[in-house]
Design a protein around this ligand. Structure first.
Ligand code: GNR
Ligand code: NI
Length: 173
């Protein structure tokens, strides 16, 4: 396993659209393992491949987490996801993103979703998700389409956050 560096905004790569996985093979399973390790270390509750520089429709989520005492981790690897249903009801969560470090904002999304996808064995699965899991999966699928949570905010809020991140990058380099 390996820890992978996480790309942060603003970076044009994060705005690109990821490619479907043609075959779930050992290369993909290694990517998934490395993404789980990177997500737990961050720590985060989700990670999309594009955030670690891989333009493939692969994401991992675990809203329980490895270090939550007494709770079993619930790792889910999702390949080539398709949202097949969304609820009429919305919910609001304060979202953060490993690619938008230290910024948080409320985002409105459908409260429940059904998503079909391939698991790490290449088998088709369907998942009905609600609450934080539904929000997290939608946040990750957005990444596969080049969308960040700040794209759901007003242009004013988005540009304020992106300008701050750019300034930090320039000061660090
Ligand atoms: O760790 C994360 N927390 C989070 C909180 C609310 C909604 C979405 C997320 S996902 C984020 C990790 C990340 O950036 N995944 O792409
Ligand atoms: Ni994110």
């Amino acid at each position: 396993m390996a820890l992978l560096p996480i790309i942060t905004a603003p970076d044009p790569f994060l705005k690109t659209i990821s490619e479907p996985v043609a075959e779930v093979n050992d290369e993909i399973r290694k990517l998934v393992d490395d993404m789980f390790e990177t997500m737990y270390a961050a720590p985060g509750i989700g990670l999309a491949a594009i955030q670690v520089g891989v333009q493939k429709r692969v994401l991992v989520v675990d809203i329980v987490g490895k270090n939550d005492e007494g709770n079993k981790p619930q790792p889910i690897a999702i390949i080539n996801p398709e949202i097949t249903w969304v609820s009429d009801d919305d919910s609001v969560y304060e979202e953060g993103c490993l690619s938008v470090p230290a910024h948080y904002a409320d985002v409105v999304r459908p409260a429940e979703i059904k998503v079909s996808y391939l698991d790490v064995d290449g088998n088709k699965q369907e998942l009905h998700a609600d609450s934080l899991l539904a929000t997290c999966i939608q946040h990750e699928i957005d990444h596969l389409d080049g969308i960040l949570f700040v794209d759901h905010l007003s242009a004013l809020k988005r540009n304020m956050i992106l300008r701050k991140l750019l300034k930090q990058k320039k000061q660090a380099s």
